[in-house]
Ligand binder design. Structure first.
Ligand code: ATP
Ligand code: MG
Length: 586
């Protein structure tokens, strides 16, 4: 053990602090950690439960390489598309490889060679293995590391129905895993992100420090990641315009909050304008996205809009060129005319006069559902230092090109399933299940012969668990001022025996060793603290590293035939006779 008292300065969240103080992990480089013998005991316990439940659910373990060849990733197009998280490596022959961030390519390559007939399906392969993702912001210790341990499973099917059945099977297996681990969790509807596919669910451990916002209904079992949770259109028709459009001076007011403050109006009367750009080779496209001043733009929903995949925020130069102003004063009024977009080198011949002209475009206006339902809005004037009030759709500007759900759901919104209202909590994503469909099998040509003897592209599911992240997530949920309070299933040891003054007392030493052997023989994971520490520091360590049961043996107790027993989650010790003590562990 290598415990420390001081709270490490650079550890922001409690699990990171406690893992360092308990000596479970040590940092080697940014996002790269050594698991000490103590930390590894916990990690292995998590791993064992995951493995047991995967096996019980009918999945089959294998082990794939962590280094993967570039060519394979080029077959699916992800060598480019996966982005900066992919750690690319060159060998001595200058051939390209990556350190696997995930294994869809490798398993599908395996499957296209091994699986020939529908009779071999369905099949679900899994591994527990080290992954590397070059995270932009590694933080919170092993919670968001660059190197981490994942359980990843991939299932293969002759059709989508079979895939859906296995998806449900994995969903249930995950629920058992997180229940056995003693975690408070929630399965939520999720966006599949870079892995792709249609249906997906995340398993979220509920904790205030969680990086994810999860949205759930107070009136039903609806639950979704905020990236995915639908925000419905407001009830009722758009009100008729009442005010005339007017220009107001807002010299320093660039945010909706500042403008609403100056004008003394509610924030939900203002509209936020965000300028976006889609890089289309020689002809960049500009789009403005509008959300109500009290709402937040949802980047995942935006990226799902046709034509917006891979969009980015327009930069200051582009905003000046397109809108003639600065970001704080943008608005949708006066964008009717077509203009030549900055960077655009395309030309076309004007049929009426044969003159070659630059291609021009209009800025596309995408309004959130709630903005489309507004009247008498306050927006930027596309002029530095000014906003417009009393702005109305149709009258003062054209109707939006697209009305879509592009905002984050907020507390109190109507639940998308029509039952109850939405609440928001924080979560830590510890698992994620996906229905991938044929995307990878198609790209890699993974087919089997069906019962008619015809080649069919296999459907796939994939299922990840952040084995190492679970350790941190469990601490976020289970700790107090003295340290970690492990759920029984994850504790490095279930029981610690603390002998008082063992060096001086042969009786204490003998009994401590006897009890240790006896508990071990019963299959209890028991530690004997024979470091010879004084009781204070010895107990403090046991509490810090979170052992659920502590037994103290001292000369005085032995004389009376009693042992002092304390549960980690109870404030007081209790005194037991030997048989009573052993009965606790039957
Ligand atoms: P996140 O949104 O947290 O970045 P992800 O959605 O990219 O995760 P998946 O591809 O779904 O992650 O990976 C499966 C699981 O691996 C996740 O549910 C998570 O528990 C774990 N995981 C992903 N990235 C990391 C990381 N950087 N450090 C530790 N665990 C991670
Ligand atoms: Mg995920």
């Amino acid at each position: 053990l290598a415990t420390v008292k001081q709270v490490p300065a650079d550890a922001e969240i409690i699990s990171h602090q406690l893992m360092l103080r308990a000596g479970m992990i040590r940092k080697l480089a940014s996002g790269i950690y050594t698991w000490s013998p103590l930390g590894l005991r916990v990690l292995r316990k998590v791993e064992a439960i995951v493995r047991e439940e995967m096996n019980r659910a009918g999945a089959i373990e294998l082990l794939m390489p962590s280094i993967q060849p570039q060519e394979l990733w080029e077959e699916t197009g992800r060598w480019q598309k996966f982005g900066g998280q992919l750690l690319k490596i060159r060998d001595r022959k200058d051939a390209g490889y990556c350190y696997g961030p995930t294994h869809e390519e490798v398993i599908t390559d395996f499957a296209r060679q091994e699986l020939k007939s529908y009779k071999q399906l369905p099949v679900n392969f899994y591994q527990i293995q080290t992954k590397f993702r070059d995270e932009i912001r590694p933080r919170f210790g092993i919670m968001r590391a660059r190197e981490f341990l994942m359980k990843d499973a991939y299932s293969f099917h002759v059709d989508a129905e079979s895939m859906a059945v296995e998806y449900r099977n994995m969903y249930d297996a995950y629920s058992r895993i997180f229940t056995r681990l003693g975690l408070r969790f929630r399965a939520v509807d999720a966006d599949p992100g870079a892995i792709g596919g249609s249906t997906s669910h995340e398993f979220q451990v509920l904790a205030d420090s969680g990086e994810d916002a999860i949205v759930f209904s107070t009136g039903s079992d609806y639950a979704a990641n905020i990236e995915k949770a639908e925000a419905l259109a407001p009830d009722g028709e758009r009100p008729a315009p009442e005010a005339a459009m007017a220009k107001v001076v807002t010299p320093w007011q660039r945010t909706c909050e500042e403008v609403a403050g100056l004008l003394k109006i509610p924030l939900d009367r203002t509209v936020k304008t965000v300028a976006l750009c889609v890089d289309d080779e020689s002809d960049p496209q500009f789009i403005i996205a509008l959300v109500r001043g009290d709402h937040m733009v949802n980047e995942v929903k935006l990226a799902r809009i046709p034509g917006l995949a891979g969009y980015r925020l327009a930069d200051d130069g582009e905003i000046r060129a397109m809108f003639g102003t600065e970001a704080g004063f943008l608005g949708p009024v006066g964008l009717e005319k077509e203009v030549r977009t900055p960077g655009n080198t395309l030309t076309q011949v004007d049929a009426s006069n044969g003159i070659t002209q630059p291609v021009t475009r209009r800025v596309r206006i995408i309004a959130d559902r709630s903005v489309a339902a507004m009247a008498d809005m306050v927006v930027g004037a596309n002029e530095k230092g000014f906003h417009l009030t009393g702005v109305n759709w149709g009258r003062d500007m054209r109707e939006p090109d697209l009305v879509a759900d592009i905002r984050n759901a907020v507390e109190g919104d109507a639940s998308p399933d029509g039952k109850g209202t939405l609440s928001i909590a924080r979560g830590i994503e510890v698992g994620h299940v996906f229905q991938l469909g044929t995307r990878y099998a198609e790209a890699l040509g993974a087919t089997v012969l069906d019962d008619q003897g015809k080649a069919r592209i296999m459907s796939m599911g994939c299922y990840g668990i952040g084995v190492s992240r679970i350790v941190a997530a469990a601490i976020e949920q289970n700790h107090d001022e003295s340290g970690i309070r492990w759920p029984e299933a994850m504790a490095p040891w279930q029981v610690v025996i603390c002998p008082i003054n063992m060096a001086a007392s042969e009786a204490v030493r003998d009994e401590a060793e006897r009890l240790h052997a006896e508990l071990a023989a019963r299959g209890i994971d028991v530690a004997l603290d024979d470091r010879g520490l004084r009781p204070g520091p010895m107990f403090a360590d046991a509490e810090l590293i979170g052992i659920p049961h502590r037994i103290v043996i001292g000369d005085r107790g032995l004389a009376e035939g009693t042992y002092e027993y304390r549960r980690r989650d109870e404030p007081e010790s209790r005194s037991f006779k030997r048989d009573e003590l052993l009965a606790l562990f039957d």
